[in-house]
Write a new protein. Structure first.
Lengths: 258, 303
């Protein structure tokens, strides 16, 4: 897919939570096609401590409004600065980058989308793309607490939503891999994004259950296009770039101890 | 438009802007962003005789106005380059230059010999300065005798333009540049990365898997500029300047300090189209100051 460097305009910056903002950006021309699971490299203002672009996954694409959404967790100086943009500001992005989630080949498939924390972000757009081919997916979303579960209304429009929280304040108490929906419903594939310990647990569950599983990784990166070789993951083909060969990988390719 | 062309050994560059090895892949990774043929020269990823997996992750740390990397020369070896990569890049109409690394003299020579056979690779850049692998050539690059030994050996085996990339992690870089010149190099490029380190205070651990790594980016520019100026005065062969060039003005500063051409590295990560913007910016500068040719400003520092 052709990649673009674009100056986008902020149409909305909503604080969803103490540590998350939702940025909506538009472009003077039609936005390029983007696939669920792909990401953008977003330029933060060029101050000394936020020198490099920040890789942020594509949360949603609203084709009617010509908007691309980014759910940004305020993790460090760069994302905190990015969260301060105002409506009308210009944000420079490089997109779409990497490979997305594997789309089911027919509408009878039953995908399970498991997200944790900010890792729920790419699953929303994935849900929309599944809806377009007639699939209503199951979302299993995990967080520390109810307030950390974001965009639930949007998820509910696209699929069946189940939640776990570590403190039991919403959904079932515990971790996603302990949720009863895993034993109550049948799934043909699992697609997950979230903290690595969560994804390792999900991968282990999928492997034991014989379900195809892909995970979306977020290794620290610089270039975003497979040039600098900083974001490598160890795979059955040796070190490969998460930015170019990923960020989505089938767990069979990874050398995780699961 | 001013005349932007410069010569390095037998190379004619349409403009003095090149890309630094390891920051621009094989060029093709950036073809959506820039017209590669508008870049004076593209120096592709470091290539070694045998396949190298490089260092474990994490390999990168952002630092104030810069970054550290510890990639460790990950590449699939020269045979893979010749068979799989070369066919994809050989018809790009600019100087496609291969950065060559080794662990001993024999591996440098054998790799250079393989590249010598490739018609559309008019030059190599010999990396005697990688700080990220135990035998990454930096051992050769830190003494005049070591540098001269490897350059002499490669010179005998390689008959096209030979650029030697120098390490800044030395006491007297001009002395090493002179040794490399005497050993037959056509040009020197400098600086490779500066050895640095980053620590995560919360975790009380190093950020890089290798603890130390090579520093690049805007923060290293004053050091690079100083070294380019010193080396340009010490040798007669053309000097290629790099280290923290983020825009056309930085590039012009290196030219004034005595560089015949410049390389852009870390800035490619921030603006993937920066190379052609720098070339355009140099042209604008020359026009604004009424210089007919970029050659008129090389070494033009008034002191």
């Amino acid at each position: 897919m052709k990649k673009y460097i674009l100056d986008l305009t902020v149409t909305e910056n909503t604080k969803l939570h103490d540590s998350y903002v939702l940025l909506k950006l538009t472009h003077s021309e039609a936005l390029p096609e983007m696939l669920p699971g792909q990401f953008a490299e977003i330029r933060v203002d060029n101050s000394p401590t936020t020198f490099l672009r920040r890789p942020i996954s594509i949360n949603y694409v609203d084709t009617e409004k010509n908007e691309v959404w980014f759910l940004v967790r305020l993790a460090g100086d760069g994302t905190r600065k990015l969260a301060t943009v105002n409506v009308g500001d210009t944000v420079n992005v490089v997109l779409p980058l990497g490979n997305g989630f594997t789309m089911p080949t027919n509408s009878t498939q039953r995908p399970l989308l498991i997200g944790g924390g900010v890792g729920t972000a790419p699953l929303l757009y994935f849900g929309k793309k599944l809806q377009e081919i007639g699939i209503r997916p199951t979302f299993l979303l995990g967080a520390r607490s109810a307030k950390d579960l974001l965009q639930l209304d949007e998820f509910k429009q696209l699929g069946d939503v189940y939640c776990t929280t570590e403190d039991g304040s919403m959904g079932e108490k515990g971790f996603v891999t302990q949720h009863t929906v895993l034993s109550e419903k049948q799934f043909d594939s699992i697609h997950t994004c979230g903290p690595k310990p969560m994804m390792v647990s999900v991968a282990r569950y999928a492997k034991q259950s014989g379900i195809e599983c892909e995970v979306s990784l977020e290794n620290t990166m610089a270039c975003g296009v497979g040039a600098c070789l900083c974001c490598v993951e160890n795979t059955d083909e040796g070190h490969v770039c998460v930015c170019k060969e990923g960020p989505v990988f089938n767990i069979k390719k990874l050398l995780w101890q699961i | 438009m001013a005349d932007l062309s410069v010569n390095i050994g037998n190379l004619n560059l349409k403009n003095p802007v090149m890309t630094a090895s390891g920051t621009f892949g094989y060029g093709i990774e950036f073809e959506d962003f820039v017209d590669l043929e508008q870049i004076g020269g593209i120096i592709v990823k470091g290539t070694t005789l045998n396949h190298r997996e490089g260092n474990p992750y994490p390999r990168m740390a952002e630092t104030p106005s810069g970054m550290l990397n510890a990639v460790g020369l990950q590449n699939k070896g020269v045979d893979y380059f010749v068979e799989k990569i070369y066919p994809k890049i050989k018809d790009i109409n600019t100087n496609m230059i291969v950065n060559v690394s080794g662990s001993d003299i024999e591996s440098y020579v054998k790799t250079a010999e393989r590249i010598n056979e490739l018609e559309n690779i008019p030059a190599i850049e010999l990396n005697i300065s990688c700080p990220n692998v135990k035998q990454g050539g930096m051992a050769f690059g830190v003494t005049p005798d070591g540098a001269a030994e490897v350059v002499s050996a490669v010179r005998k085996a390689y008959d096209k333009t030979l650029i030697v990339k120098l390490s800044p992690n030395v006491t007297n870089i001009a002395e090493i540049a002179r040794a490399v010149e005497a050993a037959g190099a056509d040009s020197v490029s400098l600086i490779n990365t500066l050895l640095g380190m980053a620590i995560d205070a919360e975790k009380r651990k190093p950020i890089l898997s290798t603890i130390t790594g090579g520093m690049s980016g805007a923060a290293v520019k004053p050091i690079a500029l100083r070294m380019v100026w010193q080396v340009a005065q010490a040798v007669k062969i053309p000097v290629i300047g790099l280290g923290g060039i983020m825009n056309w003005r930085d590039a012009v500063e290196f030219l004034l300090a005595g560089a015949t051409a410049i390389q852009i590295g870390t800035a490619n990560f921030i603006d993937p189209a920066i190379t052609v913007k720098v070339a355009q910016g140099i042209d604008d500068y020359l026009n604004r100051h009424n210089f007919a040719s970029v050659k008129d400003i090389i070494g033009g520092l008034e002191v």
